[in-house]
Design a protein around this ligand. Structure first.
Ligand SMILES: Cc1ncc(COP(=O)(O)O)c(C=O)c1O
Length: 224
């Protein structure tokens, strides 16, 4: 069989499988202070460091989640419910992980969602995007780096620099590019969401990068 559906999910890489099996031998709770716990903590922190190197950031800027959807939802919920974001600029071309969360937040909070224009090929209208940025409301841009249906890429550096210029937060959905894109797909973003199963990692592991522009609150509180 020739598999052509790597945008949906990818097979586990044999080296990843091997690394996971050997990591599972270390059963200590990373929060425990005894030797086995410390072993688990070292494994966890080494992986956080590896991811941060990939993204050109610091280990403290990386959170592990259960998938791309949780990474995206964590930032969206935190921005709107804890940090006073009342305006989100996004697009109708986003993945349901964003679209459904925005619809939910629009219906349950004072959030206003506005949509940037795209042309018929799926290319963003940057002038229109910039025209939406100024305003009194605390604003966040939420746009995917690569579209999961068309593969169209967002001009990340340009969008990130517009966001900085207008002091607008920027959440980038890099689920389709993290681990596949030559260079740092999260460059310039306040937050980037990714998912291990899209680049030969296991299902059930997500990544969230946050550059310190805004602290995020966990969706599920109190866990270790
Ligand atoms: C662009 C994009 N964002 C988010 C997601 C959701 O990621 P996950 O399956 O890890 O929850 C996907 C998955 O298909 C996707 O393609």
């Amino acid at each position: 069989m020739i598999y052509f559906d790597n945008a949906a999910t990818t097979p586990l890489h044999p080296e990843v499988k091997e690394a996971m099996i050997s990591a599972m031998e270390v059963f200590g709770n990373p929060a425990s202070i005894h030797q086995l716990g410390r072993k688990g903590r070292v494994l966890l922190e080494n992986q956080r460091t590896n991811v941060s190197i990939l993204l050109g950031g610091q280990p403290g800027e990386i959170i592990f989640t259960s998938g791309g959807t949780e990474s995206l939802q964590t930032v969206l919920a935190s921005a709107v419910m804890n940090h006073g974001v009342t305006r989100i600029i996004s697009s109708p071309l986003e993945h349901p992980a964003v679209l459904k969360n925005l619809t939910h937040l629009e219906g349950t909070t004072p959030l206003e969602v506005v949509r940037a224009d795209f042309d018929a090929t799926g290319r963003i209208d940057l002038a229109h995007l910039e025209s939406l940025m100024p305003g009194e409301k605390k604003t966040m841009v939420v746009l995917m780096h690569a579209n999961n249906e068309t593969g169209m890429l967002l001009p990340m550096k340009k969008v990130a620099s517009l966001c900085r210029e207008h002091q607008v937060l920027f959440l980038s959905d890099t689920v389709q590019t993290m681990g596949k894109f030559a260079g740092n797909p999260a460059e310039g973003a306040s937050f980037a969401a990714a998912s291990a199963h899209k680049f030969h990692g296991p299902k059930g592991v997500g990544l969230l990068y946050m550059n310190g522009d805004m602290p995020v609150q966990p969706l599920i509180r109190g866990g270790g």
